[in-house]
Design a binder for this molecule. Structure first.
Ligand code: GLC
Length: 398
């Protein structure tokens, strides 16, 4: 609260205060016995794949050796085939019904372990070879088991994509398109029903679905980006070739000229909603070789008629009828996305844009109470408060 009362500049420039606050947050959510941080002790009491990769990045920004332990814990759940589960279940709590396995989900999530490994190495904590081999196997699995004929990667459940409630999924029949129509229980029931349509390999890894298969622009960008990060770290030509091939497929098949964004591609189910203007449609800027497209997409993050909002990019364009700044993946600003946009800005040398995004995100993190996500118009905290990944603001270097 003390911070809410202070001027914006004071908040943005209080580097020591931010560091202390983030350190306290991670400490409070750390589980020493399990070797990872929960996203939030009551709402999210398990390990989530991309959350824990982001936590490792935050630990690294704190120069804390738990960065390596958290990355190890993430990859420890890997199945025999190579799939890295989207969740490792804690003792109890919600959402432990994600496939035939008792200890982990059968789904996966954005493979952010390639980027995490690279960041840790850059900060002087290079993961051991065994851990890097696991990371490569995770990406091999996606490459070998999850590609369409077009060379794009697909997901078999909305929860694999990271953004599990996007307007892009609307034409798959998910409930909760408007606030009046939204009911968390109904939404969970729908996602649970989607699991009945998933088929599994012998080791429990999810392979296909009879009702929901999609190639999301965001997920494809995350896979290509993590391939590129690991390729760089390991100086590996095969991984680099795959990263380039996937980036090319994304540009060839997903670019939407009208929106100047990358769209999702529906494979089983779905429809035109796959083109809804959500901010994940900017993510291929992380990997494309087409600078003009990257700039056209990234510019929209600061455009008030598109995603540009006072507390960081909205998740849906502000002028779109589906935009609701309070509603989960249908409008709010999300710290992991803001962090990745910051990485994309930096990659393209857009340093002013990166600095502006950083300042807005730091302000919002304080104002929201380091929330899971926040209202991008006024910075009000939403979802789980506090949430570990809000600590990513510390990794957005000045
Ligand atoms: C929600 C988010 C997902 C995240 C999980 C744990 O389900 O949609 O991206 O991994 O919470 O924080």
């Amino acid at each position: 609260m003390a911070h809410a009362a202070r001027g914006a500049d004071a908040v943005e420039n209080d580097a020591e205060g931010l560091r202390r606050r983030v350190a306290a947050l991670l400490e409070a959510h750390w589980d020493e016995a399990r070797g990872y941080s929960v996203p939030n002790p009551s709402i999210y009491p398990h390990l989530w794949l991309w959350d824990s990769c982001f936590h490792a990045i935050v630990w690294a920004a704190l120069d804390d050796p738990r960065a390596l332990r958290e990355l190890e814990a993430t990859l420890d759940g890997q199945l025999a085939s190579g799939l890295v589960p989207h969740m490792r279940y804690g003792d109890a709590g919600p959402d432990t019904w994600l496939g035939p396995l008792e200890r982990t989900s059968s789904l996966t999530q954005p493979p952010m372990y390639g980027h995490a490994a690279r960041v840790l190495a850059d900060r002087g904590s290079r993961p051991a070879d065994e851990l890097l081999t696991r990371a490569v196997r995770g990406l091999d699995w996606l490459w070998e088991r999850r590609r369409t004929e077009l060379g794009l990667v697909y997901v078999v459940h909305p929860w694999e994509a990271g953004n599990d409630h996007a307007p892009r999924w609307d034409d798959w029949g998910a409930p909760g398109r408007t606030r009046a129509d939204y009911d968390r229980a109904a939404r969970t029931a729908w996602n649970k029903a989607r699991m009945h349509d998933v088929t599994f390999a012998a080791d429990g890894s999810a392979e296909w679905s009879s009702s929901f298969v999609a190639c999301p622009a965001g997920f494809n960008a995350y896979v290509a980006f993590n391939l590129a990060e690991l390729a760089e770290l390991l100086d590996d030509a095969v991984l680099a070739g795959r990263a380039a091939a996937l980036a090319e497929a994304i540009d060839e098949h997903l670019w939407d000229e009208e929106e100047q964004l990358w769209a999702d591609l529906a494979v089983v189910g779905g429809g035109a909603s796959a083109r809804s203007p959500t901010s994940e449609g900017v993510m291929p800027a992380l990997v494309t070789t087409d600078r003009a497209r990257a700039l056209a997409a990234l510019r929209q993050l600061d455009d008030p008629d598109r995603f540009g909002a006072p507390f960081g990019p909205a998740n849906v364009t502000r002028t779109h009828p589906a935009y609701d700044p309070d509603m989960y993946w249908r409008g709010p600003a999300w710290p992991p996305l803001s962090y990745l946009f910051w990485v994309a800005f930096a990659r393209l040398g857009l340093h002013d844009a990166a600095a502006g995004l950083r300042a807005r995100t730091i302000r919002a993190a304080w104002r929201s109470g380091f929330a899971e996500y926040w209202n991008p118009e006024d910075g009000r905290g939403l979802g789980a408060v506090p949430q570990t990944w809000a600590g990513l603001v510390l990794a957005m270097g000045a």
